[in-house]
Design a protein around this ligand. Structure first.
Ligand SMILES: [Zn+2]
Ligand SMILES: [Zn+2]
Length: 85
């Protein structure tokens, strides 16, 4: 196997210095990537932002809850119609 790779660390369980360094570097990059992935400013207040980005700011939470409520109301209306027929 090749040392100094996340493959050596992850798949072969190697804990030599180069493999540990590679793993640390990989995790650092992943953290940076995640941190840099943020919804654009104008995306807030939309249900998709809550779903796709996991944004839990107040406008996104409200938009997502309102969408869920609208969905439930449609289901209730449909069920009522069925019950009436
Ligand atoms: Zn190694
Ligand atoms: Zn948001």
């Amino acid at each position: 196997m090749k040392h100094g790779t996340t493959n050596g660390y992850g798949n072969f369980g190697c804990r030599c210095r180069p493999c540990k360094d590679a793993q640390a570097e990989y995790q650092r990059r992943r953290r940076l990537e995640r941190a840099s992935i943020e919804p654009p400013a104008d995306a807030h207040g939309k249900p998709n932002t809550y779903t796709n980005w996991g944004c839990t700011c107040a406008p996104c939470v409200i938009a997502s809850a309102e969408k869920r409520i609208a969905y439930e109301q449609r289901r209730i209306a449909a069920a009522r119609e069925q019950a009436a027929s």
